[in-house]
Write a protein that binds this ligand. Structure first.
Ligand code: FAD
Ligand code: AMP
Length: 478
């Protein structure tokens, strides 16, 4: 007899595994299908994020930052560390250890919550049946009352730079370099390109980022993007905007990249090339032709605001559906769907999904940019506070960047918080909490912030919205 579950989740990334745990917690008989085999040749849970995304990239960012600080940031504190070296293999092995710990942790959570793991490739058939083809090639069909598709995304390939995972790599390959490349090319100045470019630049690579667009970080607030370009350039990243890669040729372990810019065709030789031009949804072999689930015009699974697909009882979440390709967005969609299946009226606030770029300084924001609000015709008041005026930032010798708070000119409601600077991700989250509760700039300004903290920069920027900052001259008068 066909085994039946209340919920079958396909994919155990931050969307799928969180959905499965939540569904099980809500008393639903739940299974999760995962096919990914980790470095040790065993099923590894956690998806892109834990295996080859958020976590390993942050592990390398943290290691490379410590090395960079030891080299360039210690002397000002009176610390001399003349013989600092980097063992790249040890750094990468540490990263692999963290990945192993966390992916193993998800398996433990599955056991603790009673989620059944089905190892293999999942495919949605008609009538909410799921076929799982195991590693031995044998297929088993399961019945499901509800199915959650959480198959995630994979890197986009571009014909001018075919990935060989040796000289030309994607983000996964760039997490596993065994030595610091003397010269490194990065195609794409998006989040992933800037983070991975930063890792290797800190370790001594000469990094050139080639970006087809003329505008740097178009999704960020213009003031933040401008400051980020200035700071990253000063750090040694050569960011070439308006440079579209049109070809590449690998010879003797080096790659010659051809690109066009305002001056015409250019060529540059690199030891390694990272292709970081975006990610696309994974739907290969996921849906039987009669499953009834439809895709949108960009190849994502079509869903509404509640992640419901075109088939009742079938949901899709995370990178495989519209919206930001971010782990926390995937997870919260997973929670929402599990709760809705269990009969709750959960919803998600898509307007308040924070974005973070883990360069140093970090770049983070939540809500709308000043330019987007102006384009919508919304009159705003803006308050900014530079970390150069923060005692905590001075103590840490980490004074680059600023906090910018944007509020509605009529109501004072905070509509956007944008930060480039130390702990930007954490500061923006404070803004997000306030915004979720409909905070005004005045509310934030009236709160007591610990001293001395980086958070005070948020407090002061909120005060500056209405001309009331204490530790900086106010542009706007009360
Ligand atoms: P995924 O994590 O892609 O998981 C999907 C899972 O489904 C995979 O394990 C896959 O093997 C499995 N699967 C697919 N098809 C099938 C099938 N048919 N049968 C069985 N299993 C299947 N996001 C952040 O929020 N913060 C960050 O700092 C961050 N850093 C990143 C750094 C890098 C280098 C990269 C590449 C991504 C980063 N991301 C980050 C993005 C983040 O990883 C994704 O948004 C997130 O993983 C999406 O989660 P998901 O569950 O939708 O999909
Ligand atoms: P993201 O989607 O945010 O990861 O960013 C990917 C970036 O890659 C985008 O800003 C694209 O403009 C850029 N890009 C895509 N194709 C090319 C190309 N052929 N040459 C240079 N940049 C590219």
């Amino acid at each position: 007899m066909t085994q039946k579950f209340d919920v079958v989740v396909i994919g155990a990334g931050p969307g799928g595994y969180v959905a499965a745990i939540k569904a099980a917690q809500l008393g639903l008989k739940t299974a999760c299908v995962e096919k990914y085999q980790g470095k040790e040749g065993k099923t590894a849970l956690g998806g892109t994020c834990l295996n080859v995304g958020c976590i390993p990239s942050k592990a390398l960012l943290d290691s490379s930052y410590k090395y960079h600080e030891a080299h360039e940031g210690f002397a000002i504190h009176g610390i001399t560390a003349p013989n600092v070296t980097i063992d790249v293999k040890a750094m990468v092995a540490r990263k692999d250890g963290i990945v192993k710990n966390l992916t193993g942790g998800v398996a433990t959570l599955f056991k603790a919550n009673g989620v059944t793991l089905l190892e293999g490739h999942g495919k949605l058939l008609a009538n909410k049946q799921v076929e799982v083809t195991g590693l031995d090639g044998k297929a088993v069909v399961y019945d499901a009352e509800n199915v959650i598709l959480a198959s995630g995304s994979r890197p986009v390939d571009i014909p001018p730079a075919p990935v060989d995972q040796d000289v030309i790599v994607d983000s996964t390959g760039a997490l596993d370099f065994q030595a610091v490349p003397k010269t490194l090319g990065v195609i794409g100045a998006g989040v992933i390109g800037l983070e991975l470019g930063s890792v290797w630049a800190r370790l001594g690579s000469e990094v050139t980022v080639l970006e087809a667009l003329d505008k740097f970080l178009p999704a960020a607030d213009d003031a933040v993007a401008k400051e980020a370009l200035k700071i990253l350039t000063k750090q040694g990243l050569k960011i070439k905007l308006g440079a579209r890669v049109t070809g590449s040729a690998v010879k003797k372990k080096q790659v010659t990249v051809t690109y066009t810019d305002a001056e015409g065709e250019q060529k540059q030789v690199f030891d390694k090339l990272i292709v970081a031009v975006g990610r696309r949804p994974v739907t290969t072999e996921l849906l039987a032709s009669d499953s009834g689930v439809t895709l949108d015009e960009r190849g994502f699974i079509f869903v509404d605001d509640h992640c419901t697909t075109s088939v009742p009882g079938v949901y899709a979440i995370g990178d495989v559906v519209r919206g930001a390709m971010l782990a926390h967005k995937a997870s919260e969609e997973g929670v929402m769907v599990a709760e809705r299946i269990a009969g709750h009226k959960a919803q998600m606030n898509y307007d308040l999904i924070p974005s973070v770029i883990y360069t140093h300084p970090e770049i983070a924001w939540v809500g709308k940019t000043e330019q987007a609000l102006k384009a919508e015709g919304v009159a705003v008041n803006v308050g900014t506070f530079p970390f150069a005026a923060s005692g905590r930032a001075m103590a840490a010798n980490d004074t680059a960047g600023f906090v910018k708070v944007i509020a509605d000119a009529k109501t004072d409601r905070v509509l956007g918080v944008h930060v480039i600077g130390p702990a930007a991700a954490e500061l923006v989250q404070q803004g997000a909490i306030g915004m979720e509760f409909g905070t005004s700039a005045e509310d934030l300004g009236m709160m007591v912030f610990s001293h001395p903290t980086m958070s005070e920069a948020l407090h002061e920027a909120a005060l500056a919205v209405n001309g009331g900052a204490i530790h900086i001259a106010n542009r706007k008068k009360r």
